[in-house]
Design a protein around this ligand. Sequence first.
Ligand code: ZN
Ligand code: ZN
Ligand code: ZN
Length: 271
Amino acid sequence: MSLERGREVNIPARITVLGSGTSSGVPMIGCICAVCRSTDPRDRRLRPSIHVEVPGWASILVDAGPDLRQQALTYGITRLDAVLFTHTHADHILGLDDIRGFNFTQQKPIPGYATTGAWESIRKMFYYIFDGVPREGGEIARIETRDIEGPFAVGGVSIVPVPLWHGRLPILGFRFGSFAYLTDCSAIPDQSWPLVAGVDTLVIDALRHKKHSTHFTVAEALEAIARIAPRRAFLTHMAHDLSHAETNARLPAGVELAYDGLVLDASVDAS
Ligand SMILES: [Zn+2]
Ligand SMILES: [Zn+2]
Ligand SMILES: [Zn+2]
């Protein structure tokens, strides 16, 4: 860690992949394929999310999918300074209600960061959280909505939103210092390549081998990785088409499949 003009750089951060699976999760309900029946724990994939812990600075969740409760319990996430949303597909927001657990223990609303358009969808989906109508019985989640309009900070930690195409839907990836998380993408727009230039560690979408309209295939993810040229890259948001062991064995040096519980070190900037 060092100080540059009031700005601290190279603060150690710890990234945990909470879920590396596609929207259905792996195994998929009712499926008896080899991957869904695999006994390799790396073939069991919860819905996509990561946790970014910057000790002494911030605890940040990226996306709140339907497996949030299980992920928080498994990986010991006990407090949050913010939840960031990449986009509003069900596999990224359906756990929003479980933010209540953090409200209870921290005794305050949790700041949420999303684009204005994403908040519109979240407000519709979770009308009972945002309509201001008092409800009898159990507590509702308390989220402080903040619009992402450019680079921002959580607990002083600098975060750069990275615009991505998810089919025709504009969504966000996020860069935290030396690390970038680009989930759910099928194309990287011209203006976003410079935003991920020089990253050391990259986690990027790779659904399967077969072409898909809203996700990179493994081959497309490898092309993007070659252009970004991080020291190491990990594929995420995988469907049951990809066996961990078999797929991983064929990836080029420096590229691996992510798996649930994978921990990556990174360094971030803060002020
Ligand atoms: Zn997704
Ligand atoms: Zn299957
Ligand atoms: Zn999506």
